[in-house]
Write a protein that binds this ligand. Structure first.
Ligand SMILES: [Zn+2]
Length: 163
């Protein structure tokens, strides 16, 4: 079992998959909802708890593929909500809403994170079918690091919390 322990490495972020960065879950039980493309707001009924997720709405969680480069190789890892929030600086719902207003924001977020150095803890997927290592935790190494949403707000001139 030693081999399956999470391990930590220094890496640079090479690229982020901005096309598919989140998924919808039932806001009551957090089970994944059938993904009628992450773009619409059609009410879905959670078939686990039968909670009608249209009210209160379902929520989104991050699930992002990122390419990282260690000192020896480049590989793709998957970042779930907790780790991705460090990179994005907001919830997946907030980011999704931002992208709705600024269609290129997801691409830009990838660009602003490119080249940043992180200390990441990775683990082997528990599900044998999952193909990517998952990111357990991520710590930015650059002292001036700011999460993508902060940079995006500056770029797009969005003030936080009004005038
Ligand atoms: Zn549910």
């Amino acid at each position: 079992m030693e081999d399956d322990k999470p391990w930590t490495l220094m890496c640079g972020l090479v690229a982020m998959d901005h096309t598919n960065f989140c998924y919808r879950v039932c806001s009551a039980c957090e089970r994944t909802l059938p993904d009628t493309a992450t773009t619409n707001s059609t009410p879905s009924l959670c078939n686990v708890c039968n909670f009608n997720s249209s009210k209160p709405p379902s929520k989104r969680l991050f699930r992002v593929l990122v390419s990282i480069a260690s000192d020896t190789k480049v590989f793709v890892v998957i970042c779930f909500d907790r780790a991705a929030r460090v990179l994005f600086g907001c919830s997946a719902d907030e980011f999704f809403d931002f992208v709705k207003l600024h269609p290129f924001a997801a691409v830009t977020a990838g660009k602003v994170l490119e080249g940043e150095m992180f200390r990441m803890t990775l683990s082997k997927p528990k599900n044998g079918n999952a193909q990517h290592l998952r990111v357990v935790s991520v710590v930015p190494l650059r002292s001036g690091f700011q999460p993508a949403i902060e940079t995006l707000r500056e770029l797009y001139g969005v003030k936080r919390g009004g005038p």
